[in-house]
Design a protein around this ligand. Structure first.
Ligand code: GLC
Length: 437
């Protein structure tokens, strides 16, 4: 399909998913406002309708709690096509929560760099907008570095798999293995929209819900969560997004004369980068991995999250070289014969790799966008171009699906992508890939 036609299709996906002030990720499957989706969506919207891009961010900020926390779902509207809804999350249990019902867990903090992208795409005309939202974006960084870093290391934890954005990556299997969650009866709706083989299992969902039930018992109190939660992980993608947002807010803060904020962000930033490299880089794997803070162990699994730190400029040149050598160009994620499209969401050589199931193998467009910009930042032109052309190939062949099979041979014979169709961030980031990247 011609680029122009696809751009028009991408715009209509975003138009159809627009609900008077914010964009849902996907009709039926995800009918509310999602945190990191909104960041990526706003970047795409900025190319076609700046007002909507700004509104997307402002709607997200309506969900901010008094302590700076921004939840992963905002229930502005009603819908019974999704489980678990507002009554399960019960955010009112925490005194910081706003009147607007939200979830009580968060998602990768893309807000800071999404604001910067809007500013850049507007040709630096949107300074007033940056001024309007800056303090709230700063508060979010402050929340993480003061409430989610119990050992003052510069790395923050996540306490739920939904906080990672990579819901069912095999990394979490290790945590579930030791959890004795009840056999809740679940009223799942996702499998009514999408083939169950592409989604997490019921047992996994019971663990997801069990964690929420624990948080409610603790009224979403951060201290109790840090002390007791069985899921307490320093995740490379999540921390990389936070660090990238530090960098963006330092640049924007200088522009606005926010000296105090810039000084504080710079302190968090430096410390974060130092610990990130010493604690999360794994030489044997040639990649960044995960740290399980609850059980004090490294989880040396490699996923697409392992490459996100390039986007935030965290890696030294030597680390970046070793990542590329091990994983790209006939490396682990390309396949020995380059038989894989970039970039699988989980280690394709692992026995847990499943090319059809959600975050256990398929390609996701937002991770591709993050990794593409990381490769470019470090001057890996050939790999960046490969990643971009694989991304465009998938979107041009299938349209704006949620995720895609990375096996070239299989993809040739397929007619559709996996998961939801008309998925907002796939459309939004296509627009950014064409207009800016
Ligand atoms: C799924 C994805 C998550 C995304 C959400 C809404 O839960 O795993 O990353 O934010 O859907 O699109």
């Amino acid at each position: 399909m011609k680029e122009n036609q696809l751009l028009l299709n991408a715009q209509s996906v975003l138009q159809n998913n627009w609900k008077n002030g914010f964009t849902i990720p996907c009709e039926g499957l995800y009918p509310f406002q999602w945190n990191w989706d909104s960041g990526f969506i706003a970047i795409g919207l900025a190319h076609i309708d700046l007002e909507r891009a700004k509104q997307e961010i402002k709607s997200l900020l309506l969900g901010q709690w008094k302590n700076g926390f921004i939840p992963h779902i905002l229930f502005h509207n009603k819908s019974d096509s999704y489980f678990p809804g507002p009554e399960v999350h019960a955010s009112h249990l925490n005194a910081h929560a706003p009147k607007l019902p939200t979830s009580g867990i968060t998602q990768p903090p893309v807000l800071g760099f999404a604001i910067e992208a809007i500013y850049d795409i507007s040709n630096e005309t949107e300074k007033t907008f940056v001024e309007e939202v800056y303090d709230q974006a700063f508060l979010l960084q402050q929340y993480f570095y003061t409430q989610r870093d119990p050992y003052d290391e510069g790395l923050v934890y996540i306490c739920h798999n939904w906080e990672s954005g990579t819901d069912n990556t095999p990394v979490w299997d290790l945590i579930w293995k030791d959890m004795d969650s009840p056999n809740y009866e679940l009223n799942r709706r996702d499998t009514q929209h999408v083939d169950a083989v592409n989604r997490p299992s019921n047992r996994e969902y019971q663990h997801y819900i069990h964690l929420i039930e624990l948080f409610k018992e603790w009224r979403y109190d951060d201290t109790l969560i840090a002390k007791n939660c069985p899921f307490l992980i320093q995740d490379p993608l999540f921390n990389a997004m936070l660090i990238k947002s530090n960098e963006s807010l330092v640049r924007l803060g200088k522009l606005l004369g926010k000296d105090k904020e810039v000084a504080q962000l710079s302190v968090w930033h430096q410390k974060a980068i130092t610990t990130f490299n010493s604690k999360l880089f794994n030489e044997d794997k040639g990649a960044y991995v995960y740290y399980d803070l609850r059980n004090r162990r490294t989880i040396d699994y490699v996923s697409s999250s392992s490459f996100a730190p390039l986007f935030a400029g965290i890696a030294t040149k030597a680390i970046a070289d070793s990542i590329i050598k091990t994983h790209f160009n006939r490396g682990i994620f390309s396949g020995k014969e380059n038989e894989l499209l970039l970039c699988a969401s989980f280690d394709p050589t692992s026995q847990d790799f499943d090319p059809k199931r959600y975050w256990r193998g398929p390609v996701w467009i937002n991770l591709n966008w993050i990794i593409y910009h990381g490769l470019k930042r470090y001057g890996f032109k050939r790999e960046a171009e490969q990643l971009k052309s694989d991304t465009l190939y998938l979107l041009e062949k299938f349209g704006f699906y949620e995720y895609f099979d990375p096996r070239k041979e299989v993809v040739e014979g397929l007619e559709i992508g996996y998961g939801g169709n008309n998925f907002s961030w796939s459309a939004a980031l296509y627009i950014d890939f064409i207009k800016r990247a």
